[in-house]
Design a protein around this ligand. Sequence first.
Ligand code: SF4
Ligand code: SF4
Length: 410
Amino acid sequence: MEKEGRNGASGPGRGIPIDRRSALRLLAAAAAAIAARPAVRGAETFAAAAAPSRGAGETRPLGRTGIAVSTVGMGAMITRESDVIRYAVDHGVNYVDTADCYMGGENERIVGRALKGIRNKVILASKVHIAPVDRMIQSVEKSLKSLNTDVIDIMQLHGIGTEGEVVNGYAREALRKLIDQGKVRVPGVTTHSGQETVVRAVMKHGFYKTVLVAYNFRSDAGLKAALRKVFAGATGLSAAIRDAGAAGLGVIAMKTQAGGYTMERGALSPHQAALAWVLENPGVATTIPSMVSYAQVDENLSASGKRLGWGGKKALELYSRAIGDRHCGLCGQCKGSCPSGVDVQDVLRSLAYYDGYGQADLANRSYRELADGRNALPCFSCGTCAVQCRLGLPVGRLARRAHGLLSRTA
Ligand code: SF4
Ligand code: SF4
């Protein structure tokens, strides 16, 4: 089968409606051209639309890669219908994220089918785990085949959590070779534990140009602070993201909707409000909410260019109240505090896949991936939970629920 090339005549932003070409964008273009100078070989081929735009179809520069990304991207992790991905691209999404391990490899093939004929409208991101150099290269070559393309725009180290992984020599050598061979354009990382450490380590050590973080209104500041405009004086992950964006890193936010639990709609739906909150942080370039239906694409795209506003804050308050005792903010602050070694954050992340996203397979798989002795089995013989959650979650009860639901096939 003929592979879809990335260097077509049309740039990544060409599918976005004409009203983006606002006066604001023209004014911003000169500044963005300096701030977002391509720092990546090959980036000049898709640098044409690197200036930000506002309103519906909003775009922002992806750090200094020279790439402009729609602020609402497509998290394809649980998308089974390739037509939903095509629909998203047709309606202004120009960033699609997948991974070699999603759905046991099938997800990359679904994305590959979705992008047939429209590959040049999309910034395509996938992932690779740290391994010996040859194995990493083989893994990326397999991804290229599954995605039916000759180049992956953003190739990210999957799920790293330490500074040591940021400076890992195998990973850098493999990615350098892949970039030299023209198979990868931009090296990045993804993280959902030790996130602040990873973001700051990437800023410190260079090489990686993007970082994908789990980030939402429950990430660090608490709801009250989250509902104020706290980013200028922020601490924690919000500050790290703000600083990373200012330093030229392309920050991509995942898990933006705090689990995706369903609720009644208000002025903005809870999911639109959650997206709008994430995008208030100037350090965030794009978001990749998981989308499995046309309705979700419409709902999320409607949040593009919207400010949080009073209605959005109200929606977030209600949403936060509804999920308050069950959703882990993945802040990592309880790391290492279980005396029995339970990996609380990853246990609760798996539970959110089950309860929030409604993805039993993904929840089971993610729970099974926990290292030996890190699952929640000890919680059944533990008197009082010693883990102090920043959000006041009943950790022991939730962890027992996770094990009861997710260990059956483990
Ligand atoms: S109940 Fe809490 S302290 Fe006890 S094993 Fe589970 S997570 Fe650890
Ligand atoms: S359980 Fe609480 S403290 Fe631990 S990662 Fe989740 S939100 Fe943070």
